[in-house]
Ligand binder design. Sequence first.
Ligand code: SMG
Ligand code: MG
Length: 387
Amino acid sequence: MSSADNTAPVRTLTAAAPVRLRAIEVRLLRLTLVRPFETSFGRTEVRVVPLVRIEADGLEGWGEAVAFDEPLFSAETVSTVRHVIGDVFAPALLARSLASVGDVTTTLSRFKGHPMAKSGLELAFLDLAARSRGLSLRQAIGGTRARVPVGVSLGIERDLPTLLELVRSHVAQGYQRIKLKIKPGWDLEVVRAARAAFPDILLSVDANAAYTLDDTMHLQALDAFSLLMIEQPLAHDDLLDHQALQRSLRTAICLDESITHTRAAAHALALGSARLINIKIGRVGGYTEALGIHDLCLARDVPVWCGGMLECGIGRAHNLALASLPGFSLPGDISASTRYYARDVLTHPIEVAADGTVEVPTGVGLGIEIDRDYLDEITIESRTYRA
Ligand code: SMG
Ligand code: MG
């Protein structure tokens, strides 16, 4: 799992010339999942997806803020994203000359929290900066892979046969790793059955913070199933209890919710709270932090993988670029468009090849064309803030 070359990649996160943003648009899409997705914290059927579009000197850039309707994964919501961009972040950014993604990070850094809203703006800025130089997102961040290995995250289902059939069909489609959502009452029996039916697959579980240290013995029973990892078993903001749990488990813990910035990643590794880290650009506030965590883990030979937040194609195009970096040695939660939505917002849906890889877009910026007519059709609200 160690990387052959752990020198930091060459990056071009600056625009061809400093940029004055003329407009920032926050657009809400309404998308229905092809299959409801249930985790330990709740069930999602319909998503309102906040997109961010920025405009400057004939250029534009697109990003996605990955918040959900309710503060169940983390504290942000679609409403807080819309409020904080409109009332706070847009006024701060529209007044300035911005040369690089780092300038966006710095301008917003005095405002506490709201990483998903900040990230939506950083994504849009990197897209615009890459377009201004004729680079793809992958080229801009120094990604080295043309294709990335991917897995699928399967939710809690009504019964075990239904889940096992989903595992079978996704293994048949080529997915390189299957992740099962678990919670108390939907864990050991489910994992035992999946492992018995598929002895050789890369299998992992994600609890989304559903357990406490009192469940240590129960979680130790998972050691019997050769799991690649147990993702975020304990509280969403915890590092210390995870340290204690990791000491009592053979299986690697992977932290998701707890890793909110590079410092948290450094603390988690210093404490031994996890052996693996999932990077979500939205959870950590944008590219500056996502790249910081990647570089830290690469330097320490800690494998990372790209998490997913049920993004539409715009967010997933960014995820594909991120996952092309050398440290992303494990399959990410970047599944085919059709696993999420019957129709994606891209003219060419993201597809998984039979070998379980997805091509990293090569076009300029996002690298895949947005289907503007369809985007307009599913837009339920659009607000534009101008300089
Ligand atoms: O985008 O494929 C995806 C979803 C992957 O399981 C996934 N995400 O905790 O890792 C996670 C969850 C967060 C979203 S749950 C609605
Ligand atoms: Mg997770």
